[in-house]
Design a protein around this ligand. Structure first.
Ligand code: SF4
Length: 395
């Protein structure tokens, strides 16, 4: 190696390291640029350790609690207008595995959830399933015109059982959100990624601008809102940085985003992305830690059934995660059926083993459960019955 080449490498290394240090200082001072975030998200080895250490200090200020909620998972139909390349959930009309849940089936699961002391009814759908004639027919047979009419009745029934609906049905209009807000404790829409990706080429509802608009509408309507990133679907480090900044910008304006989910892509058989590897643990840790530093007070969720905790749950919690999402003893994870949720007992034990304090929450996070502006009268009544004085689930 020539001396010139050697000094070139040293100069490059020092430059990258200085860039990392400066980016870390700027994010801690709440003034990071897109480039800073991109650099932090690329962290590996010693830089990743440094990033996690910084995030861990910030996390400590928020306490040692790690929350989760007990839910019943109700995917009303797996028909969908989109065709995401990584999706193993969606089915075509006429497929033997396509389904539409009847009122009777939903009621039975909700009653089991009430008996199992769940607090959350998670309603999901394929997006705008009415584009398929089969769904229109099924709705008409039940006496409904549109899916939103059916959902309203399901949410109303859920509240009457003393459970709280959390609806996540893709891109909806402001009018539809207003109707659902009255009957939902919180709602959600994964941003997934703020950049256009090939994996979403056949999915009109995955236009990032549309999704950001829905998240913003939720802010205007004061809906406690869950969003998140799907990691490993072909996005770049810069796309991830842009996604985090986009969410932060909306939250800074409206203050309604109650949690950000950092979800790792898991390849599903018989999909166009079946052979794509998921993201590395290092990439996921870098995102969790960067999100924690970018939004110190945000709840950051990682899914306990999808992550390979081979580096230890503790590392993710130290990096800044403080929520492990909804888990169910009543229904499976229909989206990821090969990855069963842990039981509540297992989950609590693993949080305690990692040195943290498990806390059961409602679908609406404590900060919002204690703020009447973020709830309708109908929802508030059930929240008051279920929540303790700190806004967590009453014991
Ligand atoms: S929107 Fe959801 S259900 Fe529809 S194809 Fe995409 S991931 Fe699957």
């Amino acid at each position: 190696m020539s001396i010139k080449h050697f000094y070139g490498i040293v100069h490059l290394y020092v430059g990258v390291h200085l860039g990392f240090d400066e980016a870390l200082v700027r994010i801690c001072n709440h003034e990071p640029t897109l480039e800073d975030l991109t650099l932090l998200l690329r962290s590996t080895d010693n830089q990743l350790t440094e990033l996690i250490n910084q995030a861990s200090d910030v996390r400590e200020l928020g306490g040692r609690e790690v929350s989760y909620s007990r839910n019943v998972f109700l995917p009303i139909t797996n028909l969908c207008r989109n065709r995401c390349w990584y999706c193993g959930f969606r089915r075509d009309p006429g497929d033997s595995e396509a389904w539409f849940m009847s009122l009777g089936r939903v009621a039975e699961l909700l009653e089991r959830a009430r008996d199992a002391a769940c607090s959350e009814a998670l309603f999901t759908l394929g997006e705008r399933p009415e584009v398929h004639a089969e769904v229109g027919r099924a709705l008409r047979e039940l006496g409904y015109e549109m899916m939103i009419d059916y959902l309203e009745d399901l949410c109303q029934f859920t509240l009457s059982l003393g459970l709280l609906p959390h609806t996540n049905v893709g891109v909806i209009s402001e009018r539809e959100m207003r109707r659902l807000r009255r009957l939902n404790a919180s709602m959600g829409l994964m941003l997934e990624c703020a950049a256009d990706l090939p994996a979403h080429r056949d999915s009109p509802g995955k236009d990032p601008l549309l999704r950001l608009e829905v998240i913003e509408t939720a802010g205007k309507l004061r809906v406690p809102f869950t969003t998140g990133l799907l990691i490993g679907i072909g996005e770049s480090f810069e796309d991830r940085a842009l996604s985090l900044l986009s969410i932060k910008k909306i939250h800074d304006e409206y203050g309604h985003i109650q949690e950000i989910i950092i979800q790792n892509f898991v390849p599903k058989p018989n999909t166009p992305m079946a052979n794509c590897p998921g993201p590395s643990i290092e990439e996921l840790l870098a995102i969790v830690a960067t999100a924690r530093l970018l939004m110190p007070e945000m709840n950051i969720q990682v899914p306990p059934n999808l992550l390979d905790f081979k580096c230890g749950l503790e590392t993710f919690l130290l990096a800044g995660a403080n929520d492990l999402g909804g888990i169910s003893s009543v229904t499976p994870d229909f989206i990821n059926p090969d990855h069963p949720w842990p039981s509540v007992v297992e989950l609590r034990a693993s949080i305690e083993r990692a040195g943290f304090v498990p806390c059961e929450r409602l679908p609406i996070y404590p900060r919002y459960a204690r703020n009447p502006k973020f709830m309708s009268r109908e929802v508030r009544k059930v929240v008051q019955d279920l929540a303790d004085e700190n806004g967590y689930r009453r014991g």
